[in-house]
Ligand binder design. Structure first.
Ligand code: CMP
Length: 137
């Protein structure tokens, strides 16, 4: 089943020059880009994106982090793209992520865990609407 999912490359990874490495891995897997932009989003956009985490100890920090430096938003499409991308990214805590995954190879701390990716197809639809209201190619 072909589907489209949302990936954010977080500020730390952008600052470390890892945009190309993350995109390379996604394209090498056989997935394709349907949207790609380098942006510094409004805080309100990030708060909407992370609404399910509102009230958690890390909510303010992650919202500040993603709205005060450039990030990359990507729409990624292909067979089972949601699960394929989640598996490629690895565990949320990079220290627990398997080698070979993006976080397992490129991340170390949860505050700088390289990427966000949508957890489910429903989340992907909601998140794509937030980051790509203009639509996809
Ligand atoms: P992400 O997949 O984008 O979803 C929520 C983000 O909050 C997570 O990755 C981390 O970057 C960040 N975060 C910071 N601390 C925690 C924590 N203790 N548990 C989960 N996520 C955290």
């Amino acid at each position: 089943m072909s589907e489209t999912t949302l990936v954010l490359i977080k500020p730390g990874a952008v600052d470390r020059g890892l945009i190309g490495e993350v995109v390379r891995r996604i394209e090498a897997r056989g997935l394709r880009l349907a949207g790609l932009k380098l942006i510094q989003p409004e805080r309100a956009t990030v708060e909407e994106h992370y609404a399910e985490h509102k009230g958690k100890p890390f909510y303010d920090g992650i919202c500040t982090s993603l709205s005060t430096a450039p990030i990359v938003a990507m729409a990624v499409k292909g067979e089972n793209a949601v699960l394929a991308i989640r598996t490629m990214m690895g565990a949320t805590k990079p220290v627990e992520a398997a080698p070979g995954t993006v976080r397992g190879d490129l991340g170390l701390t949860i505050e700088d865990n390289v990427c966000h990716s949508a957890a489910t197809s429903d989340d992907a639809q909601r998140e794509l609407g937030i980051w790509f209201p203009e639509g996809l190619l």
